[in-house]
Write a protein that binds this ligand. Structure first.
Ligand SMILES: C[S@@+](CC[C@H](N)C(=O)[O-])C[C@H]1O[C@@H](n2cnc3c(N)ncnc32)[C@H](O)[C@@H]1O
Length: 229
């Protein structure tokens, strides 16, 4: 698998800076949306160990501990992100349950097939180049144990009208792929395209919308489960 870190240098600088300035949070406190709390309850049902890829400061992963998740790994290409996550884990006595690793998709190769009971992909798939996004989902299929569960959260789909408004300062790279003014990729995936990526390796058992602001398009939350056979 090619090392893709060269394509993400601006991504790394951007998130290093954002997370370097992020105030601390308390993972014992609920996430600011009941739909996300419900989703973590589902993820934690079988007390799995969970891998959170593109974890950022790993608030959902650390919060998942209070919903049954025993522990796990957060992985992110930004060192600032994993340092922040590790500091929060230590402050709250969770450092023996969770480990944080700087890395991208090639680093997932070090984990064995079927070695994870759960996966979190929050706000990461649409920040990847399509070839890397497809590789990531193949890795999720490989790494989840039979019956293992995935929670995938993706930002809103931008219709052509919304693209003109939201992506006016971005560079279009190809249809539905943009490089924004911060140097971040935006891969605009419809619900059907996300389902096609996840299936048939995973069964999509539920799709929900997470609306944070009335009148604004919501984020899309997919619950996926790997077949038990
Ligand atoms: C929008 S943030 C989401 C953070 C976190 N998952 C959340 O929802 O709060 C995107 C994260 O993905 C990470 N990221 C972007 N490209 C990546 C890549 N190729 N490999 C690993 N992490 C990546 C960024 O460093 C950043 O922390």
């Amino acid at each position: 698998m090619p090392d893709n870190s060269q394509s993400y240098q601006k991504t790394i600088s951007f998130w290093d800076q954002v997370f370097g300035n992020l105030p601390d949070f308390d993972p014992a406190q609920p996430l600011p949306h009941s739909g996300l709390e419900e989703a973590l309850t589902w993820l934690g049902e079988n007390e799995p160990r969970v891998l959170d890829f593109g974890c950022g400061p790993a608030r959902p992963l650390l919060r998942a501990h209070y919903h049954g998740v025993r522990g796990g790994v957060g992985m992110d290409i930004s060192l600032g992100a994993v340092n922040k996550a590790a500091t929060i884990a230590r402050t709250h006595g969770l450092e023996h349950n969770f480990e944080f690793i700087q890395g991208g998709i090639p680093e997932l190769k070090k984990f064995k097939d079927g070695s994870w009971g759960g996966f979190i992909l929050f706000n990461i798939l649409d920040n990847l180049l399509p070839e890397h996004g497809r590789m990531l989902i193949e890795e999720v299929h490989r790494l989840l144990t039979p019956g293992g569960r995935l929670l995938l959260l993706n930002g809103p789909y931008l219709t052509e009208e919304l693209q003109e408004k939201e992506m006016k300062d971005a560079i279009p790279l190809e249809k539905n792929l943009f490089l924004d003014e911060n140097g971040l990729y935006f891969w605009n995936l419809s619900n059907g395209e996300i389902k096609n990526l996840l299936e048939p390796g995973l069964e999509v058992i539920s799709e929900k919308e997470i609306i944070r602001e009335e009148g604004q398009p919501g984020s899309r939350l997919f619950y996926g489960e790997k077949s038990k056979d």
